[in-house]
Design a protein around this ligand. Structure first.
Ligand SMILES: Cc1cc2nc3c(=O)[nH]c(=O)nc-3n(C[C@H](O)[C@H](O)[C@H](O)COP(=O)(O)OP(=O)(O)OC[C@H]3O[C@@H](n4cnc5c(N)ncnc54)[C@H](O)[C@@H]3O)c2cc1C
Length: 469
């Protein structure tokens, strides 16, 4: 029998993975009462993701949350695409953080959780959501102990198998797994190769410190969905592909995964929103899933907060799907392409792999375009008939309070006063590029811009969303 809980929250986030924790923190920063429900009693000790890409570090920096990551992480100047031998050089990318920051997911979750708690988020572990119903005014969740909880909105950040997505009736179109990869964390007595590929499979290695390494790859001889994966299997494939097992011993994690690739058809259905792996599932090629998920969360948080407070322009919350669904589709495409390169075994596939590898090595613009894709520096939200600056990211800002910012080359007393009334921050930037004034959204993308400062007051009110308490 179900019983209604007294616990209330304006938004319930389902899932305390990195994406749920970041979106919860964003909501709380904007003054939304937020509850996170997490099925697991304790966080997994295994770090699936090992890295932060440049746009994610920019996103953290927007909130002043990047310092611990930069202090404890290891910046790597290059990264791989499809496990190809020629690496992508991140050092010349147009970002304050031109590197892949090696940083374990467990630690990311710890830091995100602390931030969420500090901002007043309540996190309840050991509670699985089993069902969901929504009407025009609220969403009701059913928990595994039969309690029900009601909120104005629910964010499903409950991973690839998302109960929220299924219960909301949101389709998850895509393709089933055709290739299976593996990951193993072991101690090695010898320095391993960085990467290797033969007809027997592919391998990359990532140092974890203290003689421990992550080995990830594809074993061409074990492509059954339910094939076992033991230390001896890892040893055998490593010997075949790289010529040695590098003295591997003491595994702490051995796992396999497929390249099932799906993107939710709707990132929003009524009062239910999806973010992270709940919205996109793919092969973990290029190390981007967590990164794209955090960027989803950043796009969603301020919009949902404005909607909950009744201060959002019509259509603002729908723009979450409009802006992030294409990014999910692009993610699906480039991880599928990488899977093809990783699992290349036919002469045709090997020829494609050689071609792409050569292009990366010899055509800098090609390599930079791929690096921008992994780094998410190619993501912009341009609008038809808008100033060309609109939608571009502004990486050098700190928007610590999560409010939008009116930037102008000179002080604009009337416009700055109006901006303050609307709850926007203001600043003068004599070097503002490509426009005389611009409004930057809380997620660091340009919302509106002009070359004629007399238009600023009308531009501000035209956005139709306010942030004043
Ligand atoms: C081997 C491997 C390597 C990877 N490497 C990288 C990398 O280097 N870089 C990168 O960016 N990404 C990487 N990824 C992907 C990355 O780990 C995921 O994209 C990331 O974990 C997604 O975060 P999330 O918060 O959306 O979902 P999850 O991390 O899956 O979190 C979802 C949470 O929801 C909880 N939950 C599920 N169902 C319920 C329910 N019904 N009720 C309540 N709670 C529920 C779960 O317990 C979980 O804590 C890798 C993945 C794998 C498998």
């Amino acid at each position: 029998m179900s019983n209604q809980s007294n616990e209330t929250a304006q938004v319930i986030v389902v899932g305390a993975g990195p994406v749920g924790l970041w979106v919860a923190a964003e909501l709380a920063l904007a003054g939304v009462s937020t509850l996170v429900l997490e099925r697991a009693v304790e966080r997994s000790p295994h770090s699936k993701a090992m890295g932060m890409h440049p746009r994610t570090v920019e996103v953290l920096a927007l909130r002043g949350a990047e310092k611990r990551f930069l202090a404890d992480g290891f910046p790597r100047p290059n990264w791989h695409f499809g496990m190809l031998e020629n690496r992508l050089d991140f050092s010349g990318l147009d970002t304050p953080y031109p590197f892949m920051l090696a940083f374990p997911q467990t630690r990311t979750e710890e830091l995100f959780e602390q931030r969420a708690l500090d901002l007043g988020v309540r996190i309840h572990r050991g509670h699985a959501v089993t069902g969901l119903a929504q009407d025009a005014s609220a969403v009701t969740l059913t928990l595994d102990d039969s309690r029900t909880l009601t909120a104005s909105y629910v964010v499903g950040a409950d991973g690839a198998g998302s109960t929220v997505r299924k219960a909301a009736g949101i389709a998850f179109p895509g393709s089933d797994a055709t290739t299976f990869g593996y990951v193993g964390e072991v101690s090695l007595t010898e320095q391993p190769v960085l990467s290797a590929q033969t007809d027997d499979g592919a391998l990359i290695t990532v140092p974890l410190g203290g003689g421990r390494y992550r080995l990830a790859g594809m074993d061409a001889h074990r492509q059954g969905p339910d094939d076992p994966f033991t230390l001896e299997d890892l040893r055998a494939t490593t010997r075949l592909v790289a010529g040695s097992d590098f003295g591997m011993h003491d595994p702490t994690w051995l796992s396999r995964f497929g390249n099932t690739t799906r993107v939710a058809a709707e990132y929003r259905r009524g009062r239910v929103l999806l973010a992270g792996d709940a919205a996109h599932m793919h092969f973990p090629a290029g190390g981007v899933g967590l990164n794209v998920g955090v960027q989803d969360a950043m796009n969603l948080g301020w919009k949902l907060a404005a909607e909950v407070h009744g201060r959002a322009a019509p259509g603002l919350l729908d723009s979450y799907h409009a802006e992030r669904h294409p990014v999910g589709l692009a993610l699906a495409q480039h991880t599928l392409a990488q899977t093809a390169l990783i699992s290349a075994t036919t002469p045709e596939q090997r020829a494609l792999r050689t071609l792409v590898n050569d292009l990366i090595g010899t055509v800098p613009a090609f390599a930079t375009a791929l690096a921008d894709k992994l780094a998410a520096l190619d993501v912009a939200y341009p609008a038809a008939d808008a100033h060309p600056l609109v939608g571009r990211r502004m990486p050098l800002l700190a928007l610590l309070a999560g409010r939008p910012l009116l930037l102008a080359r000179t002080t604009l007393p009337e416009a700055f006063a109006l901006a303050a009334e609307l709850g926007f921050e203001t600043a003068v930037d004599p070097d503002l590029p490509d426009a005389r004034a611009a409004v930057v959204r809380p997620d660091g993308h340009v919302w509106w811009a002009t070359d004629d400062t007399s238009e600023v007051p009308a531009g501000l009110t035209g956005l139709g969303t306010t942030f004043a308490d």
